[in-house]
Design a protein around this ligand. Structure first.
Ligand code: IMP
Length: 423
């Protein structure tokens, strides 16, 4: 399989968790490189549902090493809960199958509080964050005042650095009308979490390079999606990390020339949670999908905004990520439609865009230009092979892959591992 980066080609929630789980079969190591517990990767094994936020979904397979890389921001309380939760479900998490980078940054309660307070201050212009403290944690990292995992697991250093950070953040929180935090309480909680996590903590950069020298195959598990990338997304309605393929290098310490393949995951339609432009948004599609019980966020439970497939966006994603292969998920969500639309360009006044304009304001005002496909009006979720898919569904898949500019490799027609068609 060589070294593969898997990214979301839309606004997150593309069904990456399932595709990662499928691809993990051929990998030795699965690496998370960006984001934090704002992510929610849902994996079904048999009837059992697993929702993972920080731990790579490779944990659900035997003999795979899961790595949280340096580019991730880690809420240690959330991580401990997740590990305990997995243990309750019978998934054994130990330092042989899970490791955590010493230099990943730590999310503290003041990050979460600030995240919430800033959203309130923004009022109508709020981002619609997951309120997990992601933006403020990456902000501290860039401002060089963050604490890293190696601070968390050293009690004396944690005490010293945390007391300074709480003092400063309490001034800000009080001025925003929020309750100040108790150093004693936060310190006690984080001390305990640090103690729990210490056995998992290591130099993941050295570990990954040693693994590559042995010939191990690495799978980089992207979180969120291309248009939530801090540089390439619909700023400011983005998350605070590089979710795109380049982030896999900086967020893990594995250099670009060691990456062999980029897989882009996209839904057969488009969804987004939170605020910000979504050119193909469509109320009817949203109602239909929500009525089917689909498209509710794995992390916050929020109903996702939904729309037609946007090939302008996915083509742009192919460009910035260098996507080679495509995995198209949720095809079965469109099974009942008579007509299926695909956006092929945007119109803004007299200007036609074949790429995603950088200005979120302009993007919000863009009108999609659609082409139409005949719906297949046949259930697809039981198909086992490409040939078993209805011809019109195959035509649709081929067309959206061609418009996106990458090779169709996988079609997913349901949440189960078996509902995966290799093209
Ligand atoms: P934050 O990452 O919590 O700061 O949220 C910033 C934006 O990214 C909001 O619009 C969130 O809804 C969105 N977002 C963050 N994580 C995910 C995810 O895993 N899936 C989909 N959207 C996400």
């Amino acid at each position: 399989m060589a070294n593969t980066i898997l990214v979301g080609a839309q606004w997150g929630d593309e069904g990456k968790g399932k595709i990662i789980d499928v691809l993990t079969e051929g990998a030795d190591i699965v690496v998370r490189y960006a984001g934090g517990n704002n992510a929610g990767h849902t994996v079904f094994i048999g009837k059992r549902k697993y929702v993972l936020h920080l731990v790579p979904s490779g944990i659900l397979r035997k003999n795979k090493l899961c790595v949280i890389g340096n580019g991730v921001v880690v809420d240690p309380i959330g991580l401990v809960e997740e590990i305990e939760g997995l243990k309750k479900l019978g998934v054994n998490v130990n330092p042989k199958n899970f490791v955590l980078s010493e230099t990943a940054h730590v999310v503290f309660p003041y990050h979460r509080e600030l995240d919430a307070q800033r959203e309130v201050l923004k009022g109508e212009n709020k981002i619609g964050t997951t309120k997990r403290g992601i933006g403020p944690a990456y902000g501290d990292k860039a401002a060089r005042v963050g604490l890293r995992v190696n601070d968390l697991v050293d009690p004396a250093r944690l005490e010293e650095k945390l007391s300074v950070r709480i003092r400063e953040n309490n001034i800000v929180l009080k001025s925003l009308g929020a309750k100040p935090l108790s150093f004693k309480k936060v310190f006690a909680e984080y001390l305990a979490a640090g103690k729990f996590l210490k056995p998992f903590v290591t130099n993941t950069v050295v570990l990954l390079h040693e693994a590559m020298r042995r010939g191990d195959n690495l799978l980089f598990e992207g979180a969120q999606g291309t248009f939530l990338d801090i540089d390439h997304g619909t700023y400011p309605f983005v998350t605070s990390s590089n979710t795109t393929a380049g982030g896999a290098c900086t967020g893990s310490g594995v250099p670009p020339h060691r990456m062999d393949r980029v897989v882009g995951v996209m839904k057969a339609y488009t969804t987004r949670v939170g605020e910000g432009p979504l050119p193909t948004e469509n109320a009817e599609i949203a109602d239909m999908l929500h009525a089917m019980g689909r498209e509710f966020g794995a992390t916050t439970g929020r109903a996702r905004r939904c729309g037609w497939f946007d090939s302008v966006a996915t083509r742009h994603a192919t460009m910035v990520n260098g996507i080679d292969d495509l995995a198209v998920t949720n095809l079965d969500g469109l099974d009942t439609l008579e007509i299926v639309k695909v956006c092929v360009a945007y119109r803004h006044g007299k200007t036609r865009y074949d790429f995603v304009p950088n200005d979120a304001q302009i993007l919000a005002e863009c009108e999609p230009v659609y082409i139409e496909f005949d719906g297949w009006r046949t259930p697809t979720s039981k198909a086992k092979t490409w040939k078993q898919l209805p011809p019109k569904a195959r035509a649709y898949l081929k067309a959206i892959a061609e418009l996106t500019g990458a090779k169709l490799a996988i079609a997913s027609i349901g949440p189960a591992r078996e509902q995966t068609i290799f093209v």
